[in-house]
Write a protein that binds this ligand. Structure first.
Ligand code: FAD
Length: 258
């Protein structure tokens, strides 16, 4: 069984996050970059299966700037067998279409029985890449799973919604995405960190994958403008002089909140 885990490097969720108003891209220098926490959980799903089935190969795949090596190595230190890092200057500012196309091309090259992704990244928050990748590969996808069970031929799990819980199943090969209801990931231990230094980490560019980013080959979305969020205005303070209830109701009515 070969399980490929899609890992995105993101600005530290607890740090300051900034958009560069000139380029409209994340200012990656403004904070520390880390593996998205949801992707650590996705990797944990694959590693638990590998713990019980030692012939399993777990591959970490990331499309990220060249500086993302440490983040990808963390996946190896946690226990992945090898990693593939797609880095190419032409990918700066890659939109969903381009990202999905390039990840699908990398997966065709790597080969896979199961692809495990997060349901939503903490920075881009598109929540669309896993479904796009499955569509491009022509395989089933089961997204936003809150529990996962893998067998040799099938992946099953539950997807929770406001309306209830859906039981999902897909024959392999398939793509799944998971939510943060899956268990916390393991920490890399010293042995894992040392072993990671010797594990294969292949760096590929677009030419290696045979992907051309001409406009006719892959549709692009175009950002027409970008601006910083305006600073928060001070709130309205209501002093209770016996008429606070009325003032509160007036405020809600004025702001069309009731
Ligand atoms: C050189 C370079 C610069 C980039 N700069 C930026 C940037 O400034 N801001 C930005 O948001 N993105 C950047 N990316 C990454 C890429 O453009 C985004 O990953 C893409 O737009 C996905 O959007 P999302 O985060 O909303 O995906 P979602 O659909 O919310 O992600 C869901 C899941 O899909 C998988 N996934 C998503 N993206 C990747 C990825 N890149 N690699 C592996 N798995 C992935 C993960 O499992 C993730 O949990 C850059 C990539 C490269 C190569």
């Amino acid at each position: 069984m070969k399980i490929v885990v899609l890992v995105k490097e993101v600005p530290d969720t607890y740090g300051e996050r900034e958009i560069d108003p000139e380029t409209g891209l994340a200012n990656r220098a403004a904070s520390e970059s880390v593996m998205d926490e949801i992707n650590e959980r996705a990797l944990e799903v694959a590693l638990r299966y590998a713990d019980a089935n030692p012939e399993t190969e777990v591959v970490v795949l990331s499309l990220a700037p060249e500086t993302a090596t440490a983040t990808i190595r963390k996946g190896l230190a946690m226990g992945a067998s090898r990693a593939v890092h797609v880095a190419d200057d032409a990918l700066v500012g890659a939109d969903y279409g381009v990202t999905g196309e390039v990840i699908a091309a990398a997966l065709r090259r790597i080969g896979y029985d199961l692809v495990v992704a997060g349901n939503l990244s903490t920075d881009g928050s598109g929540g669309i890449i896993p479904a796009m990748v499955a569509e491009l590969l022509g395989v089933p996808h089961a997204t936003a799973l809150s529990s996962v069970s893998i067998t040799e031929n099938e992946v099953t799990g539950q997807r929770s919604s406001d309306a209830g819980i859906m039981q999902m199943s897909a024959p392999l090969p398939a793509v799944i995405s998971i939510t943060d209801r899956l268990p916390d990931a393991r920490f890399p231990n010293f042995k894992g960190i040392m072993a990671a230094k010797k594990k294969p980490l292949e760096v590929l560019n677009l030419a290696d994958l045979g992907v051309e980013l001409s406009e006719s080959a892959v549709p692009h979305s175009i950002m027409v403008s970008v601006s910083e969020r305006p600073p928060r205005a001070a709130g309205v303070k209501i002093l209770d002089e016996g008429d606070a209830g009325k003032k509160l109701a007036d405020f809600l009515a004025q702001n069309r909140l009731v």
